[in-house]
Design a protein around this ligand. Structure first.
Ligand SMILES: [Ca+2]
Ligand SMILES: [Ca+2]
Ligand SMILES: [Ca+2]
Ligand SMILES: [Ca+2]
Length: 263
């Protein structure tokens, strides 16, 4: 190896300089003193303090400015945080909307880097964005329509559209309630994907001749603190069944004798 290095330095000095420069950069780029992570809720105001990264990494706060300390966003288009070079504090650069970045993912992690010059130092750290309950459950439509024949049995079930909530975990839809009424009950079920949905259940038979339509309010509630809710109207049109005897009267102008009628 020594002979090979001596040969290269002697005959290819430029080549060696580039190679050593690259090796130096790679070595320095990996001079990270361990990963640091910060957990904080989404939607924090711009300028809010996340933590003191200089203290957490054991850096000299006084040198941050002269060493041009800055946050690199590791290829993310947006820079989510900045460093205050006077205090070493990490601050929110732009409001973070967890739903916009991570959607329905159970955890929302953003990788960032703190870069210092002279000598070049690179510290990776993680922003762990926690969900807050800033979305309410919403139904796709304003009204859910059913046509149910009055002859439908007690216990008949009708699937209801589920509500969607952009938040995750307890901050998403947890339950449904149905407006009190004479004919229907609500059965709340959980699908294989863990999503809650409801079924309308006939509790007392319908009678079109008494009431030909029923309107009810269905409410979806999330489990946030405080909880948020969304509503939808359920409109049931009661269809006719032939459940009433007709009164057929036959007028017989001639008199009947015994059981035989001669009309
Ligand atoms: Ca949000
Ligand atoms: Ca949220
Ligand atoms: Ca919610
Ligand atoms: Ca009828």
């Amino acid at each position: 190896l020594f002979r090979w290095l001596a040969f290269n330095i002697l005959f290819f000095p430029t080549h060696c300089l580039i190679m050593f420069g690259f090796l130096f950069f790679v070595l320095m780029a990996h001079t990270a003193y361990g990963d640091v992570s910060y957990s904080f809720p989404e939607e924090m105001k711009r300028g809010s303090v996340i933590g003191n990264i200089a203290k957490d990494l054991g850096l000299d706060v006084k040198s941050l400015s002269s060493r041009d300390a800055r946050i690199d966003n590791e290829g993310n288009r947006k820079r989510y945080c900045d460093i205050n070079t006077n205090t070493g504090e990490l601050i929110v650069a732009e409001k973070i909307n967890r739903e916009g970045i991570c959607g329905k993912k159970a955890s929302c992690v953003i990788k960032q880097e703190l870069v210092l010059e002279n000598p070049l130092e690179l510290h990776r750290f993680i922003l762990n964005i926690q969900d807050i309950n800033d979305n309410l459950p919403q139904f796709k439509l304003n009204i859910i329509k059913f046509e149910i024949r009055e002859s439908a049995d007690k216990g008949s079930r009708y699937l209801l559209d589920e509500a969607h909530d952009a938040d995750i975990g307890v901050n998403s839809v947890q339950s449904y309630t149905l407006e009190n009424n004479e004919h229907f009950l609500l059965s709340v079920l959980t699908g294989v994907n863990g999503v809650k949905y409801g079924e309308l259940v006939i509790n007392k038979e319908l009678d079109r001749e008494k009431q030909n339509e029923v309107t009810l309010i269905l409410t979806a509630v999330d489990g946030g603190t405080p909880p948020r809710s969304g509503t939808v109207a359920i409109h049931v049109t009661v269809l006719d069944a032939n459940d009433n005897k007709g009164n057929i009267s036959i007028s017989c102008p001639w008199c009947c004798t015994g059981r035989v009628c001669c009309c």
